[in-house]
Design a protein around this ligand. Structure first.
Ligand code: PLP
Length: 357
């Protein structure tokens, strides 16, 4: 199925000055239509970015069949535009959709759609330090009806947003609130998917953390509120006594592309990486004993977010004097170096969309 193209009547002015994150959108968006009664995906188009017309009875508005992804296009110094492991996002989208009883977007359809939009919007991929084109694919149920069952119709849309460096003033540690009341995920639930509902349910704890003067929440497991799972909407890793510990991706934790890439780097550098359930008590004890050397969150938006302070039930610990640790910095420099084409890519993680001129 070819991707149709509808020309915009006029193009927008490119922004001048700081871009922020996810505030500005490009001229076009990609829209694909699914209908079970038409045999599946039946239309794909790149159309002017603009409002979506849909019924107020669209099922997503009532029962939240909605999934999404997040990735970036990077412009290298010589003008090449490239993606970072987009096939990983495609596969994760398939897994998210499967869990939400939504149809699959085949891996090649997903990657080709992302590539087509980025190619069309190449002029929107910014070239400033740390800037990128943030790409947001998402899918939702559009069948009309308020009966509860999987929708027969869906839209799969991709929008793109030129975004600034996540850290305006360099990588800075954040203060983390360990949440012991609200949970993000439970076994058998949707924790491993990127679905909007997971986020709606997490906002309350985020508000609570902010009111207490913290920037992000550290999530504990949903059964015992004991094992460390994620931080905000990032995976989380700890350097304890020379070893790196992170939660396993066995259902409640989102399998991050950044997490996977960083584990690869760490193992290549000779670090022992333990993917295991670690209790918050073990973590606090390591902090008390001076064995917790560094801690950081990982995700596409920030790449790496160092953790400078933890607060659990009133007990507070500052990590690495509230400074970005050496390993945290080296991971950040290496991964961003590969993404922006400043370092060799021995893993073939990057995929060129537009060649340098
Ligand atoms: C998206 C996300 C991550 C990070 O995944 P990346 O692929 O590295 O961007 C981690 N945790 C949650 C809950 C997420 O939604």
């Amino acid at each position: 199925m070819d991707i149709r193209f509808e020309e915009a009547a006029a193009l927008k002015e490119k922004p001048q000055g700081p871009l922020g994150f996810g505030k500005i959108y490009t001229d076009y968006m990609y829209v694909a239509e699914y209908d079970k009664n038409k045999g599946g995906w039946w239309d794909q188009a790149i159309v002017p970015f603009g409002p979506i017309e849909m019924s107020p009875a669209s099922m997503v508005l009532h029962y939240a069949q909605e999934t999404f992804e997040g990735l970036k296009a990077y412009r290298t110094k010589d003008g090449t535009i490239q993606l970072f492991r987009p096939e990983m996002n495609a596969r994760r989208f398939i897994n998210s959709n499967e869990r939400m009883s939504m149809p699959a977007v085949p891996e090649d359809m997903f990657v080709n759609a992302v590539r087509a939009l980025v190619e069309k919007e190449a002029a929107w991929v910014p070239s400033g330090e740390g800037e990128s084109l943030y790409i947001r694919p998402y899918m939702f149920a559009t069948e009309e009806g308020v009966g509860v069952h999987p929708s027969a119709k869906y839209k799969f849309i991709i929008i793109a947003s030129p975004s600034g460096a996540y850290y305006a003033s360099g990588v800075n540690p954040v203060k983390i609130w360990v949440e012991d009341e609200y949970i993000r995920a439970a076994p058998g639930g949707t924790g491993f998917t990127k679905c909007g509902g997971n986020y709606a349910g997490s906002l309350k704890a985020q508000e609570k953390a902010e009111q207490a003067g913290y920037e992000q929440v550290l999530w504990l497991d949903g059964v015992n509120r004991k094992y460390v799972e994620e931080v905000g909407s990032m995976n989380v890793m700890f350097l304890i006594d020379g070893k790196v510990v992170t939660a396993p991706t066995d259902g409640t934790v989102l399998p991050g592309v950044t997490r996977n890439s960083i584990i690869h780097l760490l193992k290549d550098w000779g670090y022992e990486v333990e993917e295991r359930h670690m209790s918050i008590d073990e973590l606090m004890e390591a902090a008390r004993d001076g064995k917790l050397q560094e801690a950081w969150g990982t995700g596409t938006a920030a790449v790496i977010s160092p953790i400078g302070e933890l607060c659990y039930k009133g007990e507070k610990h500052v990590i690495n004097d509230f400074k970005t640790g050496d390993l945290t910095q080296k991971l950040y420099d290496t991964l961003t170096g590969i993404q922006w084409g400043e370092l060799e890519d021995p893993y073939n993680w990057t995929q060129v969309v537009v060649e340098a001129e």
